[in-house]
Design a protein around this ligand. Structure first.
Ligand code: SAM
Length: 230
């Protein structure tokens, strides 16, 4: 994703028009996950945000949102939070959700580092990490979304038995993630290095990035990490 992306035409007015879907925006001044972990504030009230008490899942880095929108349509009795740090990017799925009248998605235009400010502890069933920016291990490991500093916060946000579902094309990042999940006491299930080996499984919702890599013939890695509770 280009850092110098041009703002979309009429950006402010279009964001404003989707305002009822946006639960949070900005940085909250939180700089890293260590700091975040000491700042649990849980500002979002799910019952109020969604108008019901259905279970809530979170996608971190939703991009254009094709995945979370398809998942939400398949599961009208579940609620979905779509988090994306780039406001110019998150506008696309917000407009789609509004236009299509999808009822069970709300957006957080924040960095993942700010999650504890908004999400109550022990409140999520699932966290989806689809093609998270891999970032080089050298020098940037602590910013990877599966670094143990992040996993320790996800553990606080998840219900006991909740799970993290990760997909990536980046083998180094995948293997790093496996090590971090294990170090943090998650139980790994359904680990595959080639999700599309025999074609796309019928249950799998292909994301925008996934489509790109699959078309280039790259294998997709996937795992589920279960939080057993401690
Ligand atoms: C490579 S894209 C993948 C998009 C989408 N999930 C897909 O699979 O097509 C990664 C996305 O994560 C977002 N992202 C990266 N780091 C983030 C962070 N720390 N907090 C929130 N979003 C982040 C980026 O802005 C980008 O939209």
């Amino acid at each position: 994703m280009s850092m110098r992306m041009r703002k979309k035409r009429n950006f402010e007015a279009r964001m404003e028009a989707c305002n009822e879907l946006l639960l949070a925006q900005g940085t909250s001044g939180i700089l890293n996950m260590k700091e975040a972990a000491e700042n649990f504030r849980a500002l979002v009230d799910f019952e109020r945000a969604f108008g019901n008490g259905n279970p809530v899942a979170l996608e971190i880095g939703c991009g254009k949102g094709g995945f979370v929108i398809a998942l939400a349509k398949q599961n009208p009795d579940r609620n979905f939070l779509a988090l994306e740090k780039m406001s110019n990017v998150v506008l696309t799925p917000m407009e789609a959700v509004k236009a299509e009248g999808v009822q069970n998605i709300r957006f957080l235009n924040i960095r993942a580092e700010c999650l504890p400010c908004y999400i109550p502890e022990g409140s999520l069933d699932e966290i989806y990490l689809n093609f998270s920016t891999p970032l080089p291990k050298l020098g940037y490991a602590t910013q990877r979304l599966t670094h143990r500093n992040f996993l320790e916060v996800y553990k606080k946000l998840l219900k006991k038995g909740g799970r993290i579902l990760q997909k990536t094309d980046d083998r180094d990042f995948f293997e790093f993630s496996i090590g971090e999940f294990e170090a943090c006491g998650f139980a790994l299930e359904k680990v595959t290095y080639d999700l599309h080996e025999r074609g796309n499984p019928e249950w799998n919702i292909v994301t925008e990035y996934e489509r790109k890599w699959v078309e280039r013939g790259l294998p997709i890695h996937r795992l589920e990490a279960v939080f057993k509770g401690e």
